[in-house]
Design a protein around this ligand. Sequence first.
Ligand code: AMP
Length: 415
Amino acid sequence: MNVLVINSGSSSLKYQLYDMRDESILAKGRVERIGMDSSILSHEPGNRPEVREVSEILDHTTAVRKVLDMLTHREFGVLRTIHDIEAVGHRVVHGGESFGESVLVTPEVKLEIRRLFDLAPLHNPAHMTGISAVESNLPDVPQAVVFDTAFHQTMPPSSYLYAIPTVLYRKHKIRRYGFHGTSVDYVSRSAAEFLGRPVSGLKLVVCHIGNGASCTAVLHGKSYDTSMGMTPLEGLMMGTRSGDLDPAIVPYTINKEELTLNEVNSMLNKHSGLLAVSGISSDMREVVQAMESGNESARLAFEMYAYRIRKYIGAYAAAMNGLDAVVFTAGVGENSDVLRKRVCEGLTFLGIELDEARNAVRSGEPRLITADGSRVAALVVPTNEELLIARDTYRLVAQSRTPESSGPSGTGKGT
Ligand code: AMP
């Protein structure tokens, strides 16, 4: 089965086409600047060089049509016809409390995703646009949705509730949801496989450290607690996001700086984190480079960033009453040996003994970075959210085709 995975943003659309017989990637690419002049379609067919096409792509329906044209292109295509695409899987950021797992797209599922627009106003509408665009171009192809929040629906109330009047939870569903769930799920399973132990017997802290960053306590294969909250602003310090802060800072800043709520929101999401403290960049590579050339603000930003990750690992080891492994993943987690070293240096009391030579190795494979005698392991495991979306989509579509299946299977709780 060929499965097309789509991550649809407000002005962009990324895609990967999988052949699920061997989970190989047939082609991948992205459309950028949708709705603006000079939209760009970048397409990588298999192992051949990238092709770029600049044209006017006014909406997502046109973007999907352009992608399909490219996938079946005489020279750059990888499929004979668009009918060779048997299923489409979409990334959806927010599934609220309605979706505890991936589901096939039905009219009810679409309605529920629309109801959740309030909780993810920047992301969910863009995902819905992507779903509709595929529907217009491939009306007979089944689609599935995989939610960033779904993996965290196993958190107990003591983890997900805020200590505020419960009426706010009952009326408006104000609670912690967590994000990066697709990545954390994939990485936990890969880590267990690497360690040769069932995930159901492990206590893991998964550090997904990319542009956005979170730590998750994965207890016996399930999310027990995670650092992001109702929105992806809570928790660790990130590229441009503040992470945890005293909420009283919001009204105080509004008064002192005569800012609007929107301006404070934008400050905390787009102008804080590494960028604000270093004064240099939101990109860890540039911050590390500046730090190594003696820039003190860059050093402070780096120290704060590493310190917060270390605090969360310690907190989650306590929350789970033990720890078998810390797993680093995503852009910074997979690539920055300097950051991993700084985080692990302060965790020797937990039994984490870093092996510097192992930590310095670069490879796209899961690997151990602690010494052989280390009581707790630290691993680097490359994440692959697209593959997990393709797997879930394949599984749901295959299940729906079995004779005993009555309609779409795997609908999440409450839908
Ligand atoms: P992601 O959100 O997972 O795509 O991660 C993107 C981030 O990874 C970038 O903004 C960089 O800060 C970071 N990154 C990528 N490569 C490196 C590297 N070699 N060293 C440090 N950070 C890196």
